[in-house]
Design a protein around this ligand. Sequence first.
Ligand SMILES: Nc1ncnc2c1ncn2[C@@H]1O[C@H](COP(=O)(O)OP(=O)(O)OP(=O)(O)O)[C@@H](O)[C@H]1O
Length: 222
Amino acid sequence: MIEFTHVSKRFRERGDALKDLSFSLQAGEMAFLTGHSGAGKSTLLKLIGLIERPTRGQIVVDGRSLGDLPRRRIPFHRRRIGMIFQDHRLLNDRSVYDNVALPLAVTGMSGREIGRRVRAALDQVGLLAFERARPVALSSGEQQRIGIARAVVARPPLILADEPTGNLDPELSSEIYDLFERFHEVGVTLLIATHDQERVARMAHRIMRLHQGRLVADSGNW
Ligand SMILES: Nc1ncnc2c1ncn2[C@@H]1O[C@H](COP(=O)(O)OP(=O)(O)OP(=O)(O)O)[C@@H](O)[C@H]1O
């Protein structure tokens, strides 16, 4: 599903954020990306989502080399990825329903089909009753779940999550990880960046650890 070959990313003002990274992630795998603040976790996820470009090396997603991807294919590439952020990035002047429907608005799907998909996604995260509410009226954990519903509404085969439970207490975090497990069970590929070393150690999934931009530990590199 994802293959990095000798990938480096250098920011002019900062130097190397990622150094000579090689790994692959199989379709259907669920893996955690850990490491100190500034280790390069977000940068790695951004490279996969084509929000940033590598300085060196090759990244292949779904059999396609991202370096060779024509510009017009980028929106299609992004639509196949569900991105989840720590800070939700919700539109507070829109309803929960509208926020979740956003990725479908550009697909030309009928309003009826959009409604069906949005309600299915809200049901998956336990928020069906809140579709008319504004995100600000909901708790932090609920807002995070809106972000997750929005990420999965287009049924992407790949989910990238950047500190998805950073602001949540342990109980709410567990709910989010249970949701990820459910996506994993139905075959979605997940790569989740987190500081929460204790939790990932308890879960039986691959752990990749970055330190100063290098991959220094990987519990399963195929
Ligand atoms: N657009 C940018 N311009 C310059 N430097 C950047 C940019 N994005 C990231 N960096 C730098 O690259 C390094 C890696 O940052 P990154 O956000 O990937 O780390 P992280 O492991 O996700 O950290 P955190 O856990 O704090 O989110 C940091 O030193 C950061 O300052």
